[in-house]
Ligand binder design. Structure first.
Ligand code: ACO
Length: 376
């Protein structure tokens, strides 16, 4: 078998889907028919989760019940033995490794683990979406030698996460910003981690296995790991005055600049402008806008020189840093949101399943004669 292909499955359509639409030429992102700009303005993360799973906006009664389920202590709390597993890990373990391990281990405690029916997968999806923030916050506390903070069922997902991470009450602007960040990251069509989740789900494996696969794929710096790398770049640049010289040198060295470029968008990623605005507002509130100033200079030069535009990972870190979220927790925070999309795609895959099994264009030899060990 041989043929022309661009590599990386570029432009390959794998299947139909009703979950998410991206118009890469117009820079539009649509969840279940609703433009993400509308959702940012009027919705909440919890409502977006409902929309992604159920295919339409909830009534007030449905939304109340859905919020309650996502906030219930029974769904948010980690099994004590799981906390024991986290405490047994070396403190230097990266938060993404901890998240991948934690999600995998959670299936051992889940009463529906072996049940792949839609109802059971929805119950598991609620527990996963409710527990990921608890896992992320618990690891932050454990690695600093502090006790995890118990989740508060009266707080929504964004406020509860920030409160359990820091042990203090977050500002309303931080909660609002974090919630918008969650909405913006919730789904993105057949990106690498979602595809990994769907490949796993398509073997009729369970949702915990699919989300564990997805977390492994999200971790890489070409995907979700880019937000951490953008912040490392900001740290290396140091001050706005150094930004232009630094980025011009990086471009001259032909370096790959993290937070730029996208396989699908040919124009600016529609999520980036929201994250820039939020990072700027938060920077003003904390009295330090230097990260955003550095990013703006880098964006101006890279867009002008290479016609590459900031993607979702470019400004998100500056916003998270203003909320006191450590740099190596940026990608786990991304996962806390994307779990909504991953689980929506697992539900869709299971509803109309066929094994995903592509072919390779084999380029190696085919008729070698075996040489016995003592004659090599
Ligand atoms: N910096 C410098 N050059 C770039 C960048 C970049 N960030 N992105 C693309 N290019 C250049 C490539 O060097 C290549 O140039 P060439 O044709 O002259 O060799 C051309 O643009 C095409 O690049 P590819 O890597 O082939 O594009 P692909 O579609 O495979 O990659 C990707 C997309 C991985 C996002 C890429 O743009 C990249 O590496 N960006 C940096 C990492 C990043 O920000 N990832 C997050 C993406 S968003 C997300 O996953 C949540």
């Amino acid at each position: 078998m041989s043929g022309e292909h661009k590599g990386g499955l570029e432009d390959v359509v794998v299947s139909t889907s009703d979950v998410c639409f991206i118009d890469g030429d117009e820079g539009r992102l649509v969840y279940r028919g609703y433009d993400v700009n509308e959702l940012v303005e009027h919705s909440s993360f919890e409502e977006v989760v409902y929309l992604l799973w159920h295919g339409g906006l909830p009534s007030r009664k449905e939304l109340d019940a859905h919020r309650k389920a996502l906030a219930a202590t029974a769904n948010r709390k980690l099994p004590p033995k799981l906390l024991g597993i986290l405490r047994a890990l070396p403190k230097r373990t990266s938060p993404m490794e901890v998240l991948r391990t934690g999600v995998s281990a959670l299936s051992a405690f889940d009463p529906d683990a072996a049940d792949n029916s839609r109802e059971a997968t929805l119950r598991k999806s609620i527990r996963l979406t409710a527990r990921l923030p608890t896992l992320v916050a618990a690891w932050e506390r454990i690695r600093r030698g502090k006790a995890p903070v118990a989740p508060n069922p009266r707080l929504g997902l964004a406020a509860n996460f920030l409160a359990t991470l820091s042990g203090t009450r977050p500002s309303p602007l931080a909660v609002k910003t974090f919630d918008v960040g969650l909405i913006l990251h919730a789904d993105h069509e057949f990106n690498a981690s979602t595809f990994a989740a769907r490949v796993t789900a398509a073997t009729m494996s369970d949702v915990h296995s699919a989300i564990t696969s997805a977390i492994g794929a999200l971790k890489g710096p070409l995907h979700g790991g880019a937000n951490e790398q953008v912040m490392r770049m900001v740290e290396r640049i140091g001050t706005p005055a150094r930004a232009e010289g630094w980025i011009r040198q990086a471009l001259a060295d032909k370096a790959r600049i993290m937070g730029f470029g996208h396989r699908v968008y040919r124009v600016e990623d529609p999520r980036a402008k929201h994250l820039r605005r939020l990072a700027t507002e938060l920077g003003r509130q904390t009295g330090d806008t230097s990260d955003v100033e550095i990013l703006d200079i880098v964006a101006r030069i890279v867009s002008g020189d290479k016609r590459l535009f900031p993607n979702v990972d470019f400004y998100s870190g500056a916003a998270y840093a203003s909320m006191g979220i450590p740099t190596d927790q940026f990608t786990p925070v991304f996962a806390m949101s994307r779990v909504a999309g991953w689980t929506a795609h697992v539900l869709e895959q299971h509803a109309n399943n066929r094994l995903i099994r592509p072919r390779s264009d084999y380029t190696g030899p085919t008729h070698l004669a075996y040489v016995p060990l003592d004659r090599r």
